[in-house]
Design a binder for this molecule. Structure first.
Ligand SMILES: CC(=O)SCCNC(=O)CCNC(=O)[C@H](O)C(C)(C)COP(=O)(O)OP(=O)(O)OC[C@H]1O[C@@H](n2cnc3c(N)ncnc32)[C@H](O)[C@@H]1OP(=O)(O)O
Length: 208
């Protein structure tokens, strides 16, 4: 399988490692800071507008941008059908056969997703995070490295759970919210806020 990465950044390097670990290959890195199309090493580089010229049935796309709102903006802008997107899962990740992982989603090394969880589209499950049983992780969420989402948790669209944060069982976290690194979330958290600390408290009423 060939991949086109949209966004040529630190996050895309980690995604490329996951793609290679599966024996697949990145053929193009598109980014709007490139104004013309050129070849660098084995890659075609250029602006996002050339994407349609590169697509075929052996090629999948991943939007390789860590910022959740930007990832969504680009998905809305390029308007690809869902079959154009790949799902990248590092071979060291453990995914329950009763869980589902959506399109455009990347699952980094040593991630665990346990039984009956639903992970939607364009999600980042970053290095060594844990999504326990019966969780719902909506589209454009980022679960940062080593964060732990315990059983029955719901994380709504576009929210980021910071590195090493943990979320107590059955807690619901709203849309486009930020949970600070190392926080422990003990109660439901609404949409569009920033919450930090142990236990997590809201410090800002504007989201991501
Ligand atoms: C592969 C990768 O790199 S993936 C990247 C993963 N990234 C992360 O996990 C980073 C998550 N980001 C954070 O934790 C950030 O600190 C945020 C987003 C929660 C807050 O950032 P900002 O909005 O810039 O807030 P700011 O730094 O001004 O802090 C505001 C207050 O909250 C406190 N605070 C900020 N973050 C935290 C935190 N994680 N835990 C506890 N307190 C915190 C600050 O000390 C400050 O307190 P004060 O007003 O008493 O001085």
């Amino acid at each position: 399988m060939h991949y086109i990465l949209i966004g040529d950044s630190g996050h895309s390097k980690v995604i490329e490692d996951c793609i290679r670990a599966n024996g697949h290959q990145v053929i193009a890195k598109l980014d709007d800071r490139y104004q013309s199309v050129f070849k660098e090493d084995v890659y075609i580089k250029g602006p996002m507008t050339i994407i349609q010229d590169l697509l075929d049935e052996k090629t999948k796309v991943i939007i390789s941008i860590g910022h959740n709102a930007t990832r969504r903006k680009i998905a809305q802008r390029i308007q690809l059908s869902e079959e154009c997107y790949g799902t990248v899962i590092h071979p060291s990740a453990i995914i329950s056969p009763t869980s589902t992982i959506g399109y455009g989603t990347v699952v980094m090394p040593n991630v665990v997703v346990n039984a009956d969880s639903i992970v939607e589209n364009h999600v980042i499950l970053n290095t060594s995070c844990i999504v326990e049983h019966d969780c719902a992780v909506q589209s454009f969420v980022h679960i940062s490295p080593s964060a732990v989402i315990t059983g029955g948790v719901s994380v709504q669209e576009g929210t980021q759970i910071g590195a090493r944060a943990s979320v107590n069982p059955t807690v619901k976290i709203g849309k486009w919210t930020m949970i600070g690194a190392g926080s422990t979330v003990t109660h439901h958290i609404p949409d569009n806020v920033t919450a930090v600390g142990v236990p997590a408290k809201i410090i800002k009423k504007e989201g991501l």
